[in-house]
Write a protein that binds this ligand. Structure first.
Ligand code: NDP
Length: 511
């Protein structure tokens, strides 16, 4: 399909931002016209080039897959094909690993650290230079609102490269008294929710510490990784230092099981993380696993309610709820539950669900048909479990995979919608009376990735925070990321940390 076809298909789907939700004040005599009526403001994709097909990026060039297999990448907002992506078999993966090994031995591991850093700085700057193109591509390929791709995903991806570029020649300061040796070839497998950002989390620390990589993006969101490959090529990065192979789970498995891989860095579901852990048991491969979550967002009676409502909205509806650390379980202290729920529903009604390329859009398209069906099944399950459902009333686009922001109340701790990761715009709400009850409920899932605490008491933040089984605890905010901060989980949310100084450890041997 040509780029102009894609553009026209995107334009025809820019429908929902004009739909006006009913004002919660409609039954009052005074209507302050509390809702703005937004004209649509679509970002143009005219100058964004998505090629009709992409090969694998191996040894500095794009090459066709050995067995010639391809699959389509779909725009989830229009259900139209964007491009054809190559499917890597074990032969393609083998080529990529060999290219990465040669680059490691002959060039990258022996390059002075300061020179390594220069390449990474250049990559960071080129991400900034191409940020508009990358942001629009990310929204078209993955369904996320352009405001988020433009203001969060792409700037943060550049920031991670800048941050780790700075570490390249300072590893002696990172690990005083120790020598940090690179590992070799790293196999990296990432999910579809933050395609370019997850790539940055993986590739930037690996390169900074002198390793070479073979990375596989998720099947539904490969395009920005392939555009990143173009950046690597255009930056003059030595051939074979970064290799990108595309494909589905079998390609990932081929990377995991390849003998030439020294370290696996995986971000994805807990179920696949367990398969990977079993596959590499008994080998000397190092690994980090960043897995799923079911974050609790705890609001105390002394919190600023309006601020908390904004935080709750951001915690669960950011990126359609496709966020491992989403605050998908709301725990509210009983005395304010009624007031907070009312305000939350009113705020939910103002959310614009629609065309990801429209700058007014708050919630874009669900990433794929499969994920849309999975979320829909969980919504049906919630009803079957006896929970009370509230969904916003605004119109949805006719085509594409769109889901209304959804709130379930009247749930119990053992309900599956409280225990299992839905990975969509679906929030459950429970109440608590005492801080210890809040902690007990928050910790009562198999996961331990993130949590949030809303209160005006600093001491309460420290008391509750130190009792949470979660790798990240946000206080009076949520979903804030910074390259200098480590990120990772406890329990079934994974092993190891990414980001910050901690994110260097998994890529080195300390001697
Ligand atoms: P999956 O586990 O299904 O997939 C993750 C990646 O692994 C994809 O590239 C996938 O390929 C690949 N893969 C699938 N099967 C295998 C296998 N057997 N061996 C090796 N690789 C395989 O997760 P999703 O893509 O559905 O992502 C959502 C999950 O990721 C959620 O659970 C979320 O919580 C988690 N996540 C965790 C984060 C964290 O930092 N803790 C951050 C972001 C997401 P393909 O998709 O092409 O089939």
């Amino acid at each position: 399909m040509s780029t102009s076809d894609q553009n026209s298909s995107v334009e025809t789907n820019a429908t929902s931002s004009s739909s006006k939700p009913e004002s919660p004040n409609a039954d009052l005599k005074l209507d302050f016209a509390s809702f703005w009526d937004y004209s649509s403001a679509p970002e143009s994709s005219d100058n964004v080039e998505i090629k009709p097909s992409y090969g694998h990026f191996i040894n500095g060039e794009f090459i066709n897959p050995v067995k010639g297999r391809t699959f389509s990448s779909i725009n989830p907002a229009t259900e139209k094909v964007l491009t054809e992506i190559s499917e890597a078999t074990t032969e393609d993966v083998d080529k990529a690993v060999k290219a990465a090994r040669t680059a490691y031995n002959k060039r990258w591991s022996t390059l002075p650290a300061k020179e390594r850093g220069k390449y990474i700085f250049r990559i960071a700057r080129m991400i900034q230079e191409r940020s508009r193109d990358l942001a629009i591509t990310e929204s078209m390929d993955g369904g996320k609102p352009i405001r988020e791709s433009r203001d969060v995903d792409v700037p943060l991806a550049a920031a991670y490269f800048f941050y780790y570029a700075g570490w390249a020649d300072k590893l002696d300061y990172a690990f005083p008294g120790r020598k940090a040796e690179s590992l070799g070839v790293c196999g990296q497998i990432i999910p579809w929710n933050f395609p370019l950002l997850m790539l940055a989390w993986k590739i930037a620390p690996a390169l900074a510490t002198g390793n070479t990589v073979v990375l596989k993006p998720a099947e539904t969101t490969s395009i920005t990784a392939l555009k990143f490959a173009e950046i690597c090529r255009d930056s003059g990065l030595p051939d074979g230092v970064v290799n990108i192979v595309t494909g589905a789970g079998q390609t990932g498995s081929a990377i995991v099981n390849h003998n030439g891989i020294d370290k696996i860095a995986f971000t994805g579901s807990t179920s696949v993380g367990k398969i990977i852990q079993k596959s590499i048991a008994g080998t000397d491969k190092k690994y980090t696993l960043e897995l799923g979550g079911k974050g609790a967002n705890i609001v105390f009676e002394d919190a600023s309610i309006d601020q908390a409502v904004e935080g709750i909205i951001n915690a669960i509806f950011f990126n359609q709820g496709h966020v491992c650390c989403a605050g998908s379980r709301l725990l509210v202290q009983e005395g304010i539950a009624g007031k907070l729920t009312k305000k939350l529903k009113e705020r939910m009604e103002t959310l614009i669900v629609g065309d990801p390329l429209d700058k007014n859009t708050d919630i874009g398209a669900i990433n794929s048909k499969a994920q849309f069906e999975r979320i829909s099944e969980y919504i049906e399950l919630g009803k079957a479990e006896g929970a009370e459902i509230y969904q916003t009333k605004n119109g949805l686009p006719e085509n594409g995979y769109f889901c209304r922001p959804t709130l379930f109340s009247g749930v119990s701790q053992s309900n599956r919608i409280v225990q299992e990761e839905i990975f969509g715009p679906v929030l459950t709400i429970q109440t608590f009376r005492t801080p210890s009850e809040a902690v007990e409920k928050a910790n009562n899932t198999p996961y331990g990735l993130s949590s949030g605490i809303w209160t005006d008491r600093g001491s309460k933040i420290f008391n509750i925070g130190s009792n949470m089984d979660s790798g990240v605890v946000w206080a009076n905010t949520f979903n804030k990321f910074d390259p200098t901060s480590p990120f990772g989980g406890y329990k079934e949310s994974g092993v190891g940390r990414e980001g910050g100084l901690h994110g260097l450890y998994p890529y080195v041997n300390l001697v």
